[in-house]
Design a binder for this molecule. Structure first.
Ligand code: PMP
Length: 531
């Protein structure tokens, strides 16, 4: 036998399988089987040019010092207690290889994350049914697949290594990393795949007592984290972390919305401290899986648990689609003062996610991948006192056209959805905004008909990072999708000033037009009686 006898039956690790053939052709696929965040990090959209500066002809720094320093700053652990790994999975595997010899036993409470068995087997060990006398104990907290915070699973010192997998810790549960300082037999495993939304980059890390960290470092494959992933991870950790925290907070809020909603089907769902829910349906899951797959939604199932499924918390719009596919009301009708439009738009050219709340305070988080467009949309949200969140991954290597056009369409669609039937609004807005020598006049009508008349004489062929021709095109696309008339006239010596004044004037006009008019008393602002 060429291969090791004890590996003869080992199967590859796979995410959910067999769904591709069951999703109707043309239906957008929503992967809720991998426990990943619904969007890439906010800064990622514009990072292509920056990533091109990574020296791909050289190996990465095999000590990953810069990365470990960034992790140190994030976790409070010194760099010599941190081992950077190619995903938490490599960290888990290294722990098994470091501790287990042929025939040794390890323990994990069942059900457990599949890799514990795989890593144990790779090292030549076997998973035992009982925790006594094992050389390695796998603890998962928050627990996959149940989502439960499980600090009680940590055994007292038992002569073996205790590996505590906290891949989901940013979403809730008890931070057990303090045990690494208190005990010499505990290693904590973490990842940038989940909260930091970098699953595709494959970066994780171990927090370990110094002596164990040195040995783990010694047996790791050299340079297993690519230079690109190293750079992405450092950036994720050193960027403004409030962006990551806001995304995590949204996932947590959505989790708390989804649990009672899904429990309405009679499913048993325990509280979760992670970014997923584990449901025991108490009956065969197949009819429900069929409904979900018909709507393009992939969830995780388990051969050994035929009445259970695990569902990752997606974006608010994706979660609404889940509820709809299961025959549940997506969400309570918007309360007065809660006018939010959500759009997810995916084509071969762009992937866009927008949430626009008309009754906001001017906050925004914009990542369209074009700095100048981000700047303009930030101004649009700020001066219209609306809250706008937008991310776009577009084919900027072609040019900016698809991104600018599709962002405008998605924004317009979000505006249209947020306005609902448009009853009770002011409808019209008219405002001017100067920026130094530039002055722009904007008039809008939210009357349900899309039209843009844009007169902004730009001097150069490009403004900011954009071809000048895309400026009127943006307003045109916005007006059609948003079903509003936009009139813009301005002049100025500096193109940047002029376009910025246009966005600000538009913001001020929109602010008036979307406002609720008390005199209208909720009636439609149209003599036709329809918008
Ligand atoms: N631990 C647990 C409990 C997980 O669920 C996962 C991934 N699903 C991992 C570790 C692996 O994480 P990574 O992407 O960092 O390898």
């Amino acid at each position: 036998m060429i291969i090791r006898e004890d590996l003869a039956d080992v199967e590859p690790y796979r995410w959910q399988e067999g769904w591709e053939q069951r999703i109707p052709p043309g239906t957008a696929v929503i992967r809720l089987d991998q426990n990943t965040q619904p969007r890439p990090p906010a800064w990622y959209a514009g990072s292509a040019a920056w990533l091109a500066s990574v020296a791909v002809n050289r190996y990465p720094d095999s000590s990953y010092l810069r990365l470990r320093e960034a992790i140190s700053e994030y976790t409070g652990f010194p760099a010599d207690q941190i081992v950077a790994t190619a995903g938490a999975d490599e960290g888990l595997t290294l722990c098994a290889l470091l501790t287990l010899s042929r025939g040794d036993t390890a323990y994990a409470r069942q059900p457990c994350y599949g890799l514990y068995e795989g890593a144990t087997a790779l090292a030549g060990g076997v998973l035992a049914d009982r925790p006594d006398g094992v050389r390695l104990t796998w603890v998962c907290s928050p627990h996959n697949p149940t989502g439960q915070d499980s600090p009680g699973d940590v055994p007292d010192p038992n002569g073996g290594l205790v590996v505590i997998d906290q891949a989901y810790i940013e979403f809730g549960g008890t931070d057990l990393s303090g045990l690494v300082r208190e005990r010499d037999d505990v290693v904590v495993v973490r990842t940038l795949s989940k909260a930091f939304a970098l699953a595709g980059a494959r970066v994780g890390y171990l927090l370990a007592p110094p002596a164990i960290a040195r040995k783990l470092e010694a047996i790791r494959p050299p340079g297993s984290i690519s230079s690109f992933s190293d750079a992405l991870a450092v950036r994720a950790l050193t960027e403004d972390r409030s962006l990551m925290e806001a995304d995590v907070a949204e996932t947590v809020a959505e989790r708390e919305r989804m649990r009672p909603a899904l429990s309405g089907l009679g499913w048993q769902i325990s509280p979760s401290s992670a970014n997923f829910l584990f449901a025991d349906l108490g009956e065969p899951i197949e009819p429900w899986i069929s409904r979900l797959l018909s709507a393009g939604i992939v969830v995780r199932t388990f051969d050994a648990l035929p009445t259970c499924l695990r569902i990752t918390i997606g974006s608010p719009a994706q979660n609404d689609q889940v509820l709809e596919a299961l025959g549940l009301a997506p969400r309570a009708p918007a309360a007065p003062g809660e006018r939010t439009g959500r759009v997810e738009r995916s084509t071969r050219e762009t992937r866009i996610d927008v949430e626009w709340s008309l009754d906001g305070s001017g906050r925004s988080q914009i990542a369209a991948g074009i700095g100048f467009l981000d700047h303009m949309l930030t101004a649009l949200a700020f001066h219209s006192l609306t809250d706008l969140r937008l991310s776009c991954l577009g084919d900027l290597w072609v040019d900016e056209h698809h991104t600018v056009e599709d962002v405008a369409i998605a924004l317009g669609t979000a505006l249209d959805r947020a306005l609902g039937d448009r009853a009770g609004i002011v409808r019209y807005g008219d405002a001017r905004a100067p920026l130094d020598e530039a002055l722009c006049h904007a008039t809008v009508d939210l009357g349900g008909r899309g039209h843009a008349a844009v007169d902004l004489p730009l001097r150069d062929v490009r403004v900011g990072g954009l071809p000048a021709s895309l400026v009127p095109h943006f307003f045109d696309s916005l007006s059609r999708a948003g079903r509003l008339a936009i009139h813009l006239q301005g002049h100025g010596d500096d193109d940047h000033h002029l376009v910025e004044a246009a966005f600000k004037a538009l913001a001020l006009a929109l602010r008036q037009a979307v406002a609720v008019d008390p005199g209208r008393a909720g009636s439609l602002p149209s003599t036709k009686g329809a918008i």
